[in-house]
Design a protein around this ligand. Structure first.
Ligand SMILES: Cc1ncc(COP(=O)(O)O)c(C=O)c1O
Length: 350
């Protein structure tokens, strides 16, 4: 791993998959599952929409999340997506010295910079593995994704915990952890969360990006600091109802089903791309795949011209030209992608 100082070649932190979309393009860019809402989830949201004259109250959802993770309510804060949690951490904690482990989702760094934190980057090397010793001791806030977007790498829990220091907060973005079977590397269940805050998102697996719902679990002191700067009524009542519904046993069974589908389709995509000489990250566990081809640096633009939107990944700090991220979708969409890759000029399929 290597450390880069502040303001060294800042890529576009505000570029996200949705910016890749345009009418008529097949969307393989946005990491949100396209499955229709299950009836029990659509019903919970619809019912909450009959009471919109009432201000939202997040206490029942807070208790539900606390129960789900076996925690105290003081260790939970419901947020308008994980994105709001990043902002609350950046604004609520006393400003110090931040390190962001890259490549990773860029909103934590963007939130820190917006709150005027000085930010350094630790760049993971080619295998994208986390080396906790690369983080300077004086760091007061470390941000790491697990599993990481866009690499799909799942860091061992021990490596995450080795980032802990007295006087330091470790932010672990577990937005995609729900589709890792058994969540073995999650730290939400750790007995002592001192110095830790974990963010989770409901927007990916459940296709609720427009509803804005997520939460943080962590050290009560960090949660209190976040709550102190959160706008009142930040999370709408339909979003709270969706959250409660997504913690039910029916939801657990549906996550298992969706996870199996993702694993199956991701393995198909991995196999097909490996056969065509693409570099693949060691083992993506996410609903997306990071890849590039040594002879096809313009594939992002070529695919776009051919009607397929994938996410350019060269805007992620630590990734160079040619990297793209592909959302794992249904077999028909992935087959269309592979056919298009083969049909494009520069086809290297052997
Ligand atoms: C790794 C990661 N964390 C967090 C988020 C933000 O999620 P939310 O929609 O809950 O704000 C995203 C969204 O793309 C993401 O990829």
């Amino acid at each position: 791993m290597s450390l880069t100082g502040p303001n060294l070649g800042i890529p576009d932190l505000a570029h996200h998959g949705d910016a890749e979309l345009a009418p008529g393009l097949l969307d393989l860019a946005v990491n949100v599952r396209p499955d229709p809402l299950p009836d029990w989830l659509a019903g919970a949201i619809a019912e909450a929409c009959t009471e919109l004259a009432t201000y939202p109250d997040s206490s029942v959802a807070t208790e539900a999340v606390a129960r789900f993770h076996g925690r105290d309510a003081a260790e939970v804060l419901i947020t308008a997506g994980a994105a709001e949690a990043f902002t609350l951490i950046a604004q609520g904690l006393p400003r110090g010295r931040a390190v962001v482990i890259h490549p990773q989702f860029t909103e934590p760094e963007a939130a820190l910079r917006a709150a005027r934190w000085p930010v350094e980057r630790v760049i993971c090397d080619a295998d994208f593995a986390l080396d906790p010793s690369a983080v300077p001791d004086a760091t007061t806030l470390v941000s790491v994704g697990n599993p990481t977007n866009p690499t799909g790498v799942l860091h061992p829990r021990d490596a995450i915990l080795a980032l802990r220091r007295p006087g330091r907060t470790v932010l672990v973005d577990e937005a995609f952890m729900d589709v890792v079977p058994g969540e073995p590397e999650s730290i939400t269940g750790l007995a002592d969360l001192t110095g830790l805050v974990i963010t989770r998102s409901l927007t990916k697996t459940w296709g609720l990006a427009g509803l804005r719902i997520g939460y943080a679990v962590g050290d009560p002191a960090v949660i209190a600091a976040m709550a102190a700067v959160q706008p009142h009524w930040s999370v709408s009542s339909p979003a709270l109802a969706a959250l409660i519904a997504c913690l039910s046993p029916a939801a657990g069974a549906e996550v298992e089903r969706r996870t199996a589908v993702i694993e199956h389709d991701r393995a198909f995509l991995q196999r097909e791309f490996a056969q065509r000489g693409f570099d693949l990250t060691p083992a993506s566990v996410g609903p997306f795949l990071l890849t590039r081809h040594p002879d096809r640096p313009n594939l992002h633009a070529e695919l776009r011209a051919a009607g397929i939107a994938v996410r350019r990944a060269d805007t992620f700090p630590g990734l160079g030209p040619g990297w793209i991220r592909i959302a794992v979708r249904d077999r028909a969409s992935l087959t269309q992608l592979i056919g298009t890759v083969d049909g494009l000029a520069g086809n290297t399929h052997t």
